[in-house]
Design a protein around this ligand. Structure first.
Ligand code: FAD
Length: 370
């Protein structure tokens, strides 16, 4: 059987990898849109201390975090050394010790069915500073050893490269669905027509455009995120934990003094790729408040990405109702780096008609249709 994957962000890249590894014939078509969420994202894999109570969301986020270490081991065994993933732990910081105790409780409760959380520990301001020297005075933290950082670009490229090694073909192009009645029989670009038994659409913020010619209103909207890359001179930052301050922003250290801070959540911007003064001010104000030691860092670049969302803020995955030969997944929102590799593996299983040990009904595509 032949498979086409349209869209090669983290979700499509993981789907292609898992299909190709299973021996399937896979063609990936990607338009490389500027603003690809995966390309801009550098972030955190730490779903366990989130206050978000939605169990349906949490199941995927938890599954996503659990899935990573095995996948990374597998990729490393296949010769990949730059996966962009590192389990450096996270510190969720606060000045209020009551808040820290609540956070610790939340994490401990979740530890019961998520041992991958690892060690959970409340740290004093001094201990917190020892782990992350740039932090402001007075911040204690909850340390979670199983949390990780991941570089979206690096993991995406690793998955695509590995898919290619297993025989996948990767095409740069703008794909349209090819239909015969209500059967999706392939995809075409301006250059070529590709036939397949199953077409998988993982097109992120652009997902609704692909379904428009079918008269389908796919309700995937997006939020613009701006994120800032900085560099510290001569600092050994590789082992520093991810910092999660109160609010929605975070600070993610990488190797060689690289520090990524952000990101903004901007609604109704359209596909506006601009880096804006107000957003950079917001990121700097927040990150310097929590980590004043960043004030001497070099500003390297700012990136912009569009996080795809459904109306319920829940990912959707499955067949398109009323059509044959097409599977869709989308709506990974602000936690797509966390969920993407796992969801891609499920999508590959769906396509290969293999059994899945998760009830996908709550994530049916109908949830994003009018
Ligand atoms: P995308 O990565 O957007 O990929 C979609 C691809 O489809 C694009 O390459 C596009 O060109 C292609 N495409 C679309 N239409 C077509 C077509 N017709 N033909 C061919 N190709 C097409 N998540 C976390 O878990 N932790 C974080 O800390 C985190 N931080 C983030 C920070 C920022 C600034 C942003 C923007 C996102 C962050 N995320 C984070 C969220 C995560 O990045 C996204 O949820 C995830 O990358 C979405 O992946 P995707 O593959 O669905 O979409």
């Amino acid at each position: 059987d032949k498979y086409i994957v349209i869209g090669a962000g983290i979700l499509g890249a993981s789907t292609a990898y898992h299909l190709a590894k299973a021996g399937a014939n896979v063609t990936v078509i990607d338009r490389k849109d500027e603003g690809q969420a995966t390309d801009a994202a550098a972030g955190i894999v730490c779903p366990w201390i989130s206050q978000r109570r939605n169990q349906t969301w949490y199941k995927l986020a938890k599954g996503g975090a659990r899935f990573y270490p095995e996948l990374i081991k597998e990729l490393e065994n296949e010769g990949e050394s730059n996966t962009g993933y590192s389990r450096v732990g996270a510190i969720s910081i606060h000045t209020d010790s009551k808040k820290l105790i609540e956070m610790e409780k939340r994490a401990r409760k979740r530890l019961e069915d998520a041992p991958e959380i690892g060690e959970i520990q409340i740290l004093t301001p001094t201990e917190t500073k020892a782990l992350f020297p740039l932090i402001a005075d007075g911040y204690g933290s909850v340390y979670v050893s199983g949390a990780a950082r991941v570089d979206g670009r690096a993991i995406r490229d690793t998955l695509l490269r590995s898919a290619q090694r297993y025989g996948a073909t990767i095409v740069n192009g703008d794909a349209e669905l090819l239909l015969h009645g209500t059967n999706v029989i392939g995809a075409k670009t301006s250059e070529e027509t590709y036939f397949a038994n199953t077409v998988i659409v993982t097109a992120g913020a652009w997902g609704s455009q692909l379904l428009e010619p079918l008269g389908i209103h796919f309700q995937v909207d997006f939020q613009k995120g701006q994120i800032l890359h900085m560099k510290l001179q001569e600092m050994e930052t590789d082992q520093w934990p991810v910092v999660m301050p109160p609010g929605s922003q975070y600070i993610v250290p990488f190797q060689d003094g690289k520090i990524v801070a952000g990101a903004t959540h901007e609604k109704n911007t359209g596909f506006d790729l601009r880096v804006t003064a107000g957003s950079i001010q917001e990121i700097l104000t927040q990150s310097l408040q929590f980590a004043p030691g960043l004030s001497s860092a070099t500003i390297v670049e700012a990136r912009v990405g569009f996080r795809p969302f459904t109306p319920d803020f829940l990912p959707v995955i499955g067949p398109l109702p009323g059509y044959k030969g097409v599977l869709i997944a989308n709506g990974l929102g602000a936690s797509g780096l966390t969920m993407g590799p796992y969801l891609g593996s499920l999508l590959a299983k769906l396509a290969l008609k293999e059994e899945i040990d998760l009830d996908l009904e709550p994530y049916a595509i109908s949830g994003a249709l009018e």
